[in-house]
Design a protein around this ligand. Sequence first.
Ligand SMILES: *Cc1c(COP(=O)(O)O)cnc(C)c1O
Length: 372
Amino acid sequence: MMNTCHYRPTTAVVHKDALQSNIQSLRSYLKKETAIIAVVKANGYGHGIVEVAQVALEAGAKMVSVATPDEAILLREKGIESDILVMAPTTVAFAEKAADLGITVTVSDALWLQKVMPKTRHWKNRLKIHVKIDCGMGRVGVRDQASLLSIIQLIQEDEQFQLEGAFTHFPCADDGCIETTKLHFDKFKEMLQVFPEKPKLVHASNSAATLLYPEYGLDAVRFGIGLYGIAPSREVQEKLPFPLVPALSLESELSFVKKVEKGQAISYGATYTTETEEWIGTLPIGYADGLKRGLRGQEVLIQGERMPIVGTICMDQCMVRLPREMPVGEKVVLIGKQGKEEVLIEEWAERIHTIPYEIAVSISERVQRIYE
Ligand SMILES: *Cc1c(COP(=O)(O)O)cnc(C)c1O
């Protein structure tokens, strides 16, 4: 979104063909009647919300979904014409804007509808609604049949409300153990009985459930992390029905190279001391770019070889131990492939005990995105 740093060689290269390939593989894996909702929240998991939405829709996604009203508005402003679902509750104030822009809202609360109803009369467009059902996630969603019925009745009472869909979200699909997810799915089906008529678009699965349990595909799946070529968890990675192609590489260049004698400290806190005479390279990337401080020791790729980040990672720079002298300007791959070596986002995530999602969204705006 923000390309501010054209003179700094630290870039996130987003491979559009990888995004396409992941959508196309998914398309052929799913049943014909199951649509793909491309999840592009959080700036397309760091890959660029507008670009990812465009590529995904061209490659066969039917609609996109986001987490916030602003993300949806941005997509409309940038010319995305597909349906756009905001998957979280929104304020009453957003309802008219959503109707105006044809943005689909998520409703799981009768009170929200009651507060919006007195304002709908002068609207030019109807408001598209998906009802959210909580089957075990415990985040948002209607949890019992009586409340669901009153929501459906309120929607029917106002001509300006248009019930388009119903969905739930699985909390445990990525652990690879089907029992819990089956319980949640059964509860969802039970709740769906309350609808006098099946809503047009009923959906439940995130990437993990989509990949592991195609039988829960229904009318659509919400495909997020998998779209970016990243497995939701190790358990899912081991059972992938088709290969996922990572869409992002994080690249930089050596900005400074020096020979250091044995016993010299490197970086803040002197946490690393050279063990012999060493070549140390500096990279223009640090924790303000998303290279978290905990990633000290993580290997990067230069000339097709792995070499470690040494010393404390600074806000804007870090140091690596080179096996020999290398020139300033030499290409460095922090995430992605070089020669026979590859560093996956998953490797970073494991090193700092988090999930790959968090790594992807942490690559900050300061890092220029390049689309190839
Ligand atoms: C983020 C999100 C998704 C996408 O999840 P992935 O694991 O990235 O596929 C799906 N549904 C909801 C409600 C979400 O918030």
